[in-house]
Ligand binder design. Sequence first.
Ligand code: GDP
Length: 434
Amino acid sequence: IPVVAIVGRPNIGKSTIFNRVIGDRVSIVEDKPGVTRDRIYGTGEWLNRHFHLIDTGGIEVGDEPLLQMMRHQAELAIDEADVIIFMVNGREGITAADEEVANMLFRSNKPVVIAVNKVDNFEMRDLMYEFYSLGFGDLYPISGTHGLGLGDMLDRVLELAPDKEDIEYDEDTIKFALVGRPNVGKSSMTNSILGEERVIVSSIAGTTRDAIDTPFSRDEQEYVIIDTAGMRKRGKVYESTERFSVMRAQKAIERADVVCVVLDGEEGIIEQDKKVAGYAHEAGRAIVIVVNKWDAVEKDDKTMKKMEEEIREEFRFLDYAPIVFVSAKTKRRLQTLLPVIKQAAKSHAQRIQTSVLNDVIVDAVAMNPAPTDKGVRLRINYATQVASRPPTFVLFVNDPELLHFSYKRYLDNRIREAFDFTGTPIRILARQKQ
Ligand code: GDP
């Protein structure tokens, strides 16, 4: 699907617009440590068309002077996006930085839409005319604070966006991604998994331009490894930033069934690892935790167990994710990875028969009824699985408000005891019974 990037000077309202367009898709259904709410990458929808949106302002490269920073943002937008929204401040007029960015965008030949922000009412429309001199044609007056003009702007953006759909793979093909911060060994692992097949099977340049898919088969199972070109083509200033690598990870997560969160066994867990894992969890993907560089770790018979305990402690929200220890370099234990990915994909796609599910729920309730809340008790009339990937269950109840977090957790555990959901999150929703 097309990628749209927003560029513009700091503090002119880019993230307000970003949030309005993406909407609040981050549902706060449980406490998830390590998950940031300040996103720079998300998926939007307008008139039934989907697109990815990047707020380049979220990628800061240290303490750069303004012009330098703007150059990097524009560079990023030019590299990553199909359409660029260039946002300017209607109340300030054209600045030197605006001109600089305009020149870069102009030379790139990318489609550009100029959004003049802070045009809060009709009388203020006169403010925007000077921006015609930037040379991009139509101007779109918008107001982030009032949410005005966004529809017209998005109409134009999508008019300019190339019509590209994601590649469709066979239902049974397992799409997986290796994500993690720079230098944990993602590229090495990709190469080690693919081995010589990489030369035989040529990679398909994804429709999302920079996503590279490599299909391969192993033990009669088809896989696609989703990689991002940015991991190989290095050198751009912004590519070394944490925010950029998180964005890359998000991009891969969106297209994958199974996300392998790669950790560096030598260096241990850092905050950024949790962030990436948090996104994969939120996105409802199956997850496998992969500890790489195990060859370089000095070990005794307790080292693995200790590391496992540390991971469980740090990634409490991923208690369903299996942990695999490998070395991409020596390939030791690497052969254990694909079977675990396969199992996670199977759990992720699993469908449970309604009658069997209801037996489990009835038993669970009989064993441990929901506590009363102001004298009222949750009553579950009926449960059914409404979706897979991830498995999503709806409980029809007397009052959805009565399904508290702890009881949901209890039911989650009971469902997991009854069925093998290793590697996948499951979602439990409550609806008022009709
Ligand atoms: P990426 O940025 O996550 O793609 O990481 P790379 O694959 O480029 O690896 C970063 C560095 O870690 C390179 O110097 C690799 O040789 C090294 N490395 C990768 N995997 C392993 C491993 O399993 N063991 C050891 N000892 N080093 C590794």
